[in-house]
Design a protein around this ligand. Structure first.
Ligand SMILES: Cc1cc2nc3c(=O)[nH]c(=O)nc-3n(C[C@H](O)[C@H](O)[C@H](O)COP(=O)(O)O)c2cc1C
Length: 234
């Protein structure tokens, strides 16, 4: 099966059957999520894994009563940083430098450039930027689940502030962004299972363009190469 076959197979499962997924498949999906790229490699999000039935019952109540929350095997909750700080960024960069055997100051110049940009952009932008990164990991988890023939329903339909309270995320520096129940479809009771997968037609979705289609009146800035702010070792 190719990735495209897997993506055709998957759908936003509306009814799950409560069966538990094998531990190795759960690990595989989580590893795909962990391997996702993120802006500046900060991995400014984490995943909470929940299979506790009593907790899932409560989460369902803050998720518009969506049945997948309690009929899934495991629920993944993606939670992203609520903002950026020197301390947070340094802690990740220092870890990466330690893993690569490089001095911490290697990233100092680069860190300053992104910190300045983040500070100028404001707190709401920062939380939004971090949340966007978590969706990349979320998409990787969805694709990996499809490859493993595990059903997954992407869910944004929940009350994030209530969920944060329930999971003790409030004040922790993280905010829930999106959730993903993993499990198996209950084919006979799922109205969506046999529906055609519909997407925007290719010719409306994809446009190949050249310089002739671009604006010629934009004043372009002097090139700035972010790589030049990383201190290169000899
Ligand atoms: C970010 C995001 C949030 C979504 N939220 C919900 C949701 O709360 N409940 C639900 O049943 N489906 C939800 N969906 C599923 C979409 O409706 C579905 O992916 C879309 O209609 C395409 O259908 P398909 O995934 O079955 O191919 C969400 C999808 C995404 C990507």
């Amino acid at each position: 099966m190719s990735l495209l076959d897997d993506l055709q197979w998957r759908y936003a499962t509306k009814k799950m059957n409560g069966q538990t997924i094998p531990e190795e498949k759960l690990d595989y999906i989580l590893e795909a999520a962990r391997l996702a790229p993120s802006s500046s490699g900060l991995q400014q999000y984490k995943i909470l894994v929940i299979s506790d039935r009593a907790l899932l019952e409560k989460i369902k109540l803050v998720s518009y009563d969506q049945s997948q929350i309690t009929d899934c095997s495991h629920l993944l909750v993606f939670a992203a940083w609520d903002g950026y700080s020197d301390e947070r960024i340094s802690s990740v960069f220092n870890y990466i430098m330690d893993e690569r055997g490089l001095p911490h100051q290697t990233m100092d110049g680069y860190k300053q450039v992104i910190l300045d940009l983040y500070e100028r952009s404001g707190e709401a932008w920062q939380a939004h930027h971090a949340a966007k990164q978590s969706y990349i990991s979320f998409a990787m988890a969805i694709a990996a689940a499809a490859e493993q023939k595990i059903d997954a329903t992407p869910i944004e339909g929940f009350l994030p502030e209530k969920l944060d309270e329930l999971l003790n995320l409030t004040g922790s520096g993280y905010k829930s962004t999106v959730i993903l129940p993993l499990g198996y479809r209950e084919t006979e009771n799922d109205w969506l299972v046999n529906m055609k997968k519909v997407r925007t037609p290719k010719d409306a979705f994809i446009t190949h363009i050249t310089l002739a289609d671009a604006s010629s009146s934009v004043e372009l800035p002097t090139p700035m190469n972010l790589d030049s702010f990383v201190q290169k070792s000899e």
